[in-house]
Design a protein around this ligand. Structure first.
Ligand SMILES: NC(=O)c1ccc[n+]([C@@H]2O[C@H](COP(=O)([O-])OP(=O)(O)OC[C@H]3O[C@@H](n4cnc5c(N)ncnc54)[C@H](OP(=O)(O)O)[C@@H]3O)[C@@H](O)[C@H]2O)c1
Length: 294
């Protein structure tokens, strides 16, 4: 698979497959057989996927409520160990969200919570240093500048190698970059054929040398499978190439900028194998223009 880069000379450069794997819905309901999830991890690595994206707040929240915190990190760490694939994967996680009873989500960016979240993720992932630790979402109860100060402290602690932001706007990205310097390597925001308003964040990432990781790059769990029906321009290009509309969507995202690394979710090996092929799908300028308009 074609590769892209995360990092810089100061924190080191990681070459990863241009398509990553989003793990949010891995066992979100607690119903997928472990063998199926293991096969999905294996298929991802076989296809050249290296960036795996989890978060401390991912887990079967409907079932476990607040106790879901940490479930997904534990699951992926266990699967990677069982499969002997730890060293193949650049494992990113996030902190700053919490789960509430009833399957809800809350935010907590207090210094105490973020510090404790890093320590808990280190333990669950079984590592001495987190490869990429992302601040999950701005907390409306906290001033972003104060949160960035906490991220700087966390970065300086050496417990995380690289820092990322998520759901941040251009001003927040610039502020964090001015404080964190080269420790800041990425921004993870929503971007897909159905959600295109993150273009300004992609531009800032390109300017500052940060990776941009589109989340829900196929439109999200409930819409991804219907992408061709919702976006006829993507279906038309897909039919011309004899590939899926999902593959075309990911190739179109990759064409936005060299800094883009989409992280499609998958719970089935076929899904990630198909998505991974997008890295090598070449779209012509005319096709890209049609997709931009469609
Ligand atoms: N930072 C944030 O705030 C935030 C928020 C949301 C998501 N995320 C990240 O983004 C990742 C992806 O988001 P998402 O899972 O919500 O949405 P998504 O990637 O847009 O869609 C996932 C869905 O697409 C299906 N799929 C994947 N590849 C396919 C293909 N090639 N052809 C047909 N269907 C395909 C999957 O099927 P199967 O599951 O059946 O394989 C799943 O149902 C998450 O895992 C998470 O890491 C981050």
């Amino acid at each position: 698979m074609k590769t892209r880069e995360i990092g810089n000379d100061t924190v080191g450069r990681e070459r990863v497959g241009a398509i990553g794997l989003g793990l949010m819905t891995f066992d979100q309901t607690g119903t997928q057989p472990r063998e199926q999830l293991a096969a999905t991890v294996r298929a991802a690595v076989d296809a050249g996927v290296r960036l795996f994206d989890t978060a401390d707040a991912y887990g079967p929240g409907d079932e476990l409520g607040a106790k879901a915190q940490g479930e997904n990190e534990q699951l992926i760490a266990g699967l990677l160990d069982e499969l002997g694939l730890r060293s193949e994967v650049f494992l990113a996680t996030k902190g700053g969200h919490t789960r509430t009873d009833g399957g809800g989500w809350d935010t907590d960016s207090s210094p105490e919570h973020l510090r404790a979240a890093v320590d808990a993720s280190l333990q669950r992932l079984g590592v001495d240093q987190i490869a990429l630790w992302q601040h999950h979402r701005p907390d409306p109860k906290r001033d972003y500048a104060e949160v960035v100060g906490t991220l700087k402290e966390i970065s300086d602690s050496g417990k995380v190698r690289m820092v990322g932001l998520s759901n941040a706007n251009p001003d927040q990205i610039r502020l964090a970059h001015s404080v964190l310097g080269p420790a800041l390597v990425s921004v993870q925001n929503e971007f897909s054929p159905a959600f295109r308003s993150s273009r300004p964040e992609i531009d800032v990432c390109e300017e500052l040398g940060l990776a941009f990781l589109p989340w829900s790059p196929l439109g999200g769990l409930t819409s991804a499978k219907g992408l061709a029906d919702k976006h006829p321009a993507f279906k038309a290009v897909a039919d011309d190439h004899g590939v899926s509309a999902q593959q075309v969507a990911l190739a179109w995202e990759l064409a936005q900028s060299e800094c883009v690394i989409p992280i499609p979710g998958a719970k089935r090996p076929q899904s990630i194998t198909d998505s991974a092929a997008a890295a090598d799908l070449e779209l012509s300028p005319d096709e890209l223009a049609a997709l931009d308009a469609g």
